[in-house]
Each structure stands twice: as C-alpha cells, then as structure tokens.
Design a protein around this ligand. Structure first.
Ligand code: DQA
Length: 147
C-alpha cells in the first residue's frame, strides 16, 4: 500500500519557523519519520509540500490509484479553505488531518478547521510524532487490525 502525505503552506520552513511552537525538526525529518513508520508496515509513501492551495487540490485529485489514504497537514488553509475539504470528499480516500501544534490552545482563529469535518481522524499537538501516529492508525485500519 501507498500513502500520500501532504503538507501545506509554510511547512517547508519547519526547523527555523517559530521553533517554540513547531519545534526544530525540519520537513525532511517529518517525511523521514513518516517513511520509517510506513516501512515498518510494509507501506510506501509519496510526500508533497506546497504553498499553493490549487497544487494541494491537484495532488488530492491525483491520489486515487496511486495512494490508499491521505495524511494532510493543511497548515493555514485548514482555517480558510473550503476547496481542500471538498477535494478530499471528492476522492473519497481515508484521510487523517495532522497539526504539529495543539490548534485549540492557540489563537481563536485556529480553533476551527474546515478539513476536520471530512477527516477520519485528527491528530494535533503531538509534534512530528503525530505523523507517525497517523501512519500507524491508517495501517491498523486498512490492514484490518482496527476500524
Ligand atoms: C499548523 C497549525 C496552523 O494553524 C498553522 O497555520 C500552520 C501549522 C500545525 O501544524 O500546527 O501552518 O497546521
């Protein structure tokens, strides 16, 4: 099986971006952690980061046939985009939404994510470990160990 891991705007800056909130690990570290987790289940991953909403939507549209599930950190688009959750609903693959920070403990405008309504699971506040949790959840679910 294969997983599509999507990271939205500004996540390319991980490591130097507000390290007090997002930590010092880089996007490469995030992707390596997800790859390791996937490999432990015999799975592969494709990772895409984009600062552009339409590119994320195109990647979602391309997922069926290539990926069995999507892990997405929509970053700031979580709080603004209707098109990203529409795309996720449109392709119908299992979705896990991940946020590094606990968005509910931050500014009011981060408390609502449009993506959460179409996600099967939401993980936030666990830092980069959240991506591993997402992979493990999907592996358990898709390989039939859990629902
Ligand atoms: C984020 C939280 C968002 O509110 C923020 O805009 C991000 C990152 C997170 O991973 O904690 O860019 O999605």
């Amino acid at each position: 099986r294969n997983l599509l891991i999507l990271n939205g705007p500004n996540l390319n800056l991980l490591g130097t971006r507000e390290p007090g909130i997002y930590g010092t690990e880089t996007l490469d570290d995030v992707e390596a952690l997800a790859l390791d987790a996937a490999e432990s289940h015999g799975w592969t991953v494709d990772c895409i980061q984009s600062n552009h909403e339409g590119d994320l939507i195109d990647a979602i549209h391309g997922a069926p046939g290539l990926a069995d599930a999507i892990i997405i950190n929509p970053a700031a688009y979580s709080h603004t985009s209707v098109a990203i959750p529409d795309a996720l609903s449109g392709v119908g693959l299992p979705v896990v939404e991940v946020h590094l920070s606990n968005i509910h403990r931050r500014e009011e405008f981060r408390h609502h994510s449009y993506v959460s309504a179409v996600a099967d699971a939401v993980i936030c506040g666990a830092g980069i470990a959240g991506y591993k949790m997402a992979v493990d959840y999907l592996a358990a679910r898709l390989d039939g160990e859990a629902q």
